[in-house]
Design a protein around this ligand. Sequence first.
Ligand code: HEM
Length: 253
Amino acid sequence: MRHTADCIHRSAPMTVLLWGVLPYLAFVLLVAGLVWRYRYDKFGWTTRSSQLYESKLLNIASPAFHYGILFVLVGHVVGLFVPMSWTDGPGITEHTYHLFSLYGGTAAGVLTVVGILLLVYRRRTKAPVFRATTANDKLMCLVLLASIVLGMVAKLAHASGDGYNYRESIAPWSRSLFTLQPDTGLMEGVPLLYRIHAAVGMVLIAMVPYTRLVHMFSAPVQYLFRPYVVYRTRDSRQLGPRPEQRGWERAGF
Ligand code: HEM
């Protein structure tokens, strides 16, 4: 059985750092950041939406990116957390699994990349959106794009035949993290591209609470039920301070 405390001691220091320390560091930064943000910056917990500045391109780019990334994340949960024995049992061969993952994962990845490239194009070419872009946004976007592109490059570079079977290395390693006995040795033989992708992915996870990505933890479920927010200009006759009134006001239409 490889799941012993010895596994971690036998691995090289860099391996231990990357696959035995970084995952927990990323998790601590994620949780601590979320708690801190909730307690001290509740009103900053937002996408800082730029929809008011430009909405035509956003209406295409944003769903493309969000649906794409959602499929990618579902793919990761299945790929990393469903053990091989569960798919071998009902007779799903490695080849069938590989084809499904290759076509499904690549389609999701392409949709995500198209979405994010359109979002970057919009941010760069629409002046008000660009002015509302901070250094934090740019860094986050770079790491996000790097995670996605590196995932796709790793996958496509090892796509021939049955592809690289990460379900015998990366997947059991990621599950070993939950037992607090990280089997870092499993990551030693993993192709470099996959290792770079996973390391950058963990950095991105750690960055979530400190960037506008924090909005992923407040899924807008209430949007489905709340009334529309109506934006309208003030009546020119009413310029100046508004007289205070008690109770409900007529909407004027
Ligand atoms: C944090 C640890 C992560 C691990 C261990 C991991 C692992 C993997 C693995 C094993 C693959 C290859 C799947 C295959 O060959 O069939 C992959 C692909 C991919 N990953 Fe990750 N990943 C991580 C984080 C992320 C993050 C944070 C993102 C994006 C925000 C991301 C985006 C992608 C994309 C776009 C692909 C290619 C398409 C796909 O298979 O879905 N990954 N990842």
